[in-house]
Design a protein around this ligand. Structure first.
Ligand SMILES: [Zn+2]
Length: 113
């Protein structure tokens, strides 16, 4: 059995998306490489979960951030330096949230099917 070819399935198994075929489950039991791949994926998932509970995503948060950026744009020039730093932080936070959101969305879709 080619481990590389099973990588996707093994990762999905580690995420709990699929049970996996008997052939692959039997292989993983004997194959250290695939076991390592599984535990690596589980570790990544755990870190993502921890990140998600650290960064809650309430509804309308994106709009609120955009509102704040909008408000800051109308404040005096003194705040300009702080503003650009804040805007940069918002972009990073948004990228993070969008990334996590799309990932968990995909997982939900996979479970539904
Ligand atoms: Zn293997």
């Amino acid at each position: 059995m080619r481990c590389e070819r099973n990588k996707r399935q093994i990762r999905a198994m580690a995420r709990g998306e699929i049970v996996g075929s008997l052939k692959i489950r039997q292989h993983v039991r004997k194959c250290l490489r695939c076991q390592a791949e599984m535990s690596r994926e589980r570790r990544i998932q755990r870190q993502l979960q921890a990140l998600r509970s650290d960064v809650p995503v309430p509804g309308g948060l994106v709009n609120r951030i955009l509102d704040v950026v909008d408000t800051l744009d109308r404040t005096p020039a003194i705040a300009r330096r702080r503003r650009s730093k804040f805007a940069g932080m918002c972009v990073v936070a948004l990228a993070l949230l969008v990334g996590i959101g799309s990932r968990s969305g995909r997982r939900r879709a996979a479970q539904a099917s």
